[in-house]
Design a protein around this ligand. Sequence first.
Ligand SMILES: [Zn+2]
Length: 78
Amino acid sequence: MTRLQKITFGEMRAAGVRNVLIYCTDDTCCRCITVPDDADRWPDELWISDVEDKFVCTACGQRGADIRPDWAAAKTRA
Ligand SMILES: [Zn+2]
């Protein structure tokens, strides 16, 4: 089992990933949304994990999210 390493938005963009997946951390909600081009609005040096607590789930109101780069979308573009 490999877990994704902690990366910054700059590293994510360098890898060709511009979309992020935002997962609700509430176990009973589990809402997941894709945010296109979200990487563009954050500074290069910012850790992805640093913005997780800025998100509030639009479905259940849970504060904090699990944010992951959308690696699948990057692959289809290449
Ligand atoms: Zn939720």
